[in-house]
Write a protein of this length. Structure first.
Length: 241
């Protein structure tokens, strides 16, 4: 008995394949535009409205069963706090448009990315994105940072940063940090306390502002001097005016 020939698979015509490809690309572009529009709307919204939480704060809250965080306006924070954080994390904060090219070049030359990320970049990462070092996150951060710089004032950037930064296990924002480490409110923080809080920012889960190690003490002394320097040379003018 002769075998039946298996039916031949129909090939998708070239014209139809191109049409499917165009639809897929069109859908991707529309999706990217929608995401960009949503992020832009959130950037505009948070110009005056305080972010209720952040992706990282939310995930830590789920992991720990809650976090400590209370929003406080910049005018209710001792001015030395902002100066200390800028001195520690982004000394040229008032002079750049979101990226410190000199710091980036120095970091590349030293084979490290430490010190290359500005406060503006950190705010974008903390408020709108996720933790990690993936290229996708870095690309989004690079795209959003100039937008935030263009729309927000420098005072708003530093205010948001101080309220969402992690200062310890489940401790977010300067209000929770001041109470957790020193039993104080942000307006009462001294130069030394502000410098110690800034000194623990790179690794808040392994460092303590109230029980500082020798390295934290040395770093906080440098930050205290740096805060005084940027106050004198005008590099604090954009967020103190």
């Amino acid at each position: 008995m002769a075998k039946r020939a298996s039916p031949k698979k129909k090939k998708t015509p070239p014209v139809q394949r191109r049409s499917i490809k165009r639809r897929a690309i069109g859908g991707l572009i529309k999706g990217l535009i929608a995401v960009a529009g949503l992020l832009l709307a959130m950037i505009l919204l948070f110009t005056m409205l305080n972010p209720p939480t952040t992706p990282y704060m939310f995930s830590e809250g789920r992991r720990l069963g809650g976090v400590k965080q209370q929003w406080v306006a910049l005018e209710d924070i001792a001015p030395v706090v902002a100066r200390s954080v800028v001195a520690a994390e982004d000394a040229n904060f008032c002079e750049h448009w979101g990226f410190d090219l000199a710091a980036i070049k120095k970091a590349i030359a030293e084979g490290s990315n430490r010190g290359a990320s500005t406060l503006s970049q950190q705010v974008v990462k903390n408020v709108y994105l996720w933790q990690g070092r993936t290229w996708v996150r870095k690309a989004l951060e690079a795209a959003l940072t100039p937008v935030v710089e263009a729309i927000w004032s420098k005072r708003r950037i530093i205010e948001v940063y101080l309220n969402v930064a992690e200062f310890g296990e489940g401790v977010f924002g300067i209000d929770a940090a001041a109470q957790h480490y020193f039993g104080a409110i942000p307006a009462e923080l001294t130069d030394t306390q502000a410098a110690r809080l800034a000194a623990i920012l790179p690794s808040p889960k392994t460092r303590s502002a109230s029980r500082p190690s020798a390295s934290v003490r040395r770093r906080s002394a440098q930050i205290r001097d740096g805060a005084a320097t940027i106050s004198k040379d005008g590099r604090a003018s954009c967020f103190e005016s």
